[in-house]
Design a protein. Structure first.
Length: 445
């Protein structure tokens, strides 16, 4: 990855500067991008002049040719998808700001982005409870809808396998219920590139559960200049309200540093050091079991001795129960958990009180278990379906009954068992799509 850091002039005491992470804009939403080579980018400078540290960063899966080959496009897509649409890069940038920039106040780190960068900003806000807030200018909030015309092309779907479920999962609209940090949205009413109507729909859903969210919609049809002239100044005023007041305005000069980091393969999330016991800021905004319904088909720990490395558990991740596995046991009744739906950069240390043990099938009340049957779309019917891969995806959802997946090629039917009312009931279809199995109407609903 490549980072560029902007700092206000002068010396800065440890923890004295608020910070804004700004991913680069202009992606196709299925490939990544390098950082903007213009050090005077108007999407960065205003924050630095207002007294913020600013970190921009590259997104895996970028193409450096004007006329890339199909193979180069496929590689870029694969790398971007493996970075979870840039979530891994955003997580690495957050850790970079926290660990490499001592002047940054860890409790005042925001993310801001325009267009596709606004899409990533909203997506990151749904997955990272450490953020102090999120600003999204003219974002694509419904990725699948935005690129649907391209996805209707058979050749595109052949070049980019799994692109439709990827577009669905990388859409902020899919994760709107999980955004808990303050959010500022901006859009010009007649934006010619992205839809202000879609942003308004997203905001209406967001505001139902997150009252600390604002949407500023202004007249205009330009996608860029309106954001620079109106959106960013309004965003700075919003930032001032979030932190109490803006820092003292900086002079016209500032420090601009560019730094490159050697990373492992872009197919592997950037490794992060394990934080010391009880120091993880992830814990500050996590819900407690008393605030949440117990996951059906599970039980509390009887003792920490029950846990072992690699064991499958259900644990609280921010505001929901998720399937995870034990990475390590730590002092003070804490456990390092890898959540199966997320890259390893999102591993979390949780108290053992926030962990539940899934019950064996024979221990679950039979009245709680129901069968989901789906019509199998003919184009996805293959006799060589990798059932283990399908099982692996389904097993990431709380409430899926392990090893219950069945496929009936002759009758074009898929069935699986879930605990009634569990997250698996709404997540099963997407897990099947991720496994390259496309299903139609439910057959038993």
């Amino acid at each position: 990855m490549t980072y560029r850091v902007y700092l206000p002039p002068g010396e800065h005491a440890p923890g004295s500067l608020p910070c804004v992470l700004v991913p680069p804009a202009g992606t196709t939403l299925i490939t990544g991008i390098q950082i903007d080579q213009d050090g005077n980018n108007p999407e960065h400078i205003p924050y630095a002049k207002a007294g913020f540290a600013v970190v921009t960063f590259s997104l895996d899966g970028w193409i450096n040719k004007d006329a890339p080959t199909d193979r180069e496009f496929q590689t870029a897509y694969s790398q971007f998808a493996s970075s979870f649409a840039g979530l891994v890069n955003a997580q690495a940038a957050l850790r970079f700001a926290q660990q490499k920039l001592p002047m940054v106040n860890r409790k005042q780190i925001f993310i801001a982005g325009h267009s596709s960068a606004g899409t990533l900003a909203l997506l990151f806000a749904a997955h990272q409870p450490e953020l102090a807030g999120c600003l999204a200018y003219a974002p694509d909030t419904d990725v699948l809808s935005h690129i649907s015309r391209m996805l209707n092309n058979d050749r595109v779907r052949q070049l980019f396998p799994g692109v439709m479920p990827f577009a669905q999962k990388s859409s902020p609209l899919t994760h709107v219920a999980h955004v808990r940090c303050p959010v500022f949205l901006f859009h010009a009413t007649n934006d010619s590139v992205t839809s202000s109507t879609a942003t308004r729909k997203y905001f209406n859903l967001l505001h139902q559960g997150n009252k600390n969210s604002e949407f500023l919609e202004v007249p205009g049809k330009d996608h860029y200049r309106t954001m620079v002239k109106t959106g960013v100044p309004a965003g700075l005023k919003w930032l001032g309200r979030q932190i109490g007041k803006l820092p003292e305005p900086a002079n016209s000069t500032f420090t601009n540093k560019e730094q490159k980091e050697d990373a492992p393969s872009p197919f592997v999330p950037v490794p992060q050091p394990v934080p010391p016991a009880r120091s993880s800021p992830f814990q500050e905004k996590m819900a407690s079991p008393s605030q949440m319904s117990e996951p059906a088909g599970s039980r509390p720990l009887k003792s920490e001795e029950e846990l072992s490395v690699g064991m499958r558990v259900i644990a609280i991740r921010s505001i929901a129960w998720e399937i995870g596995e034990v990475v390590s046991l730590r002092p003070g009744n804490e456990v390092n958990i890898h959540f199966l739906k997320f890259p390893t950069a999102f591993d979390r240390i949780v108290p053992d009180a926030d962990i539940r043990i899934p019950l064996a099938v024979k221990e679950i009340d039979v009245d709680l278990i129901t069968t989901l049957d789906y019509e199998l779309i003919p184009s996805s019917i293959k006799s060589d379906v990798d059932s283990s891969a399908v099982e692996q995806e389904l097993a990431k959802s709380v409430g899926y009954v392990l090893e219950s997946f069945q496929i009936d090629h002759q009758n074009r039917r898929i069935s699986l068992k879930i605990i009634r009312g569990s997250p698996a009931e709404r997540e099963a279809r997407f897990a099947l799509m991720k496994s390259k199995l496309f299903v139609g109407r439910p057959l038993n609903r």
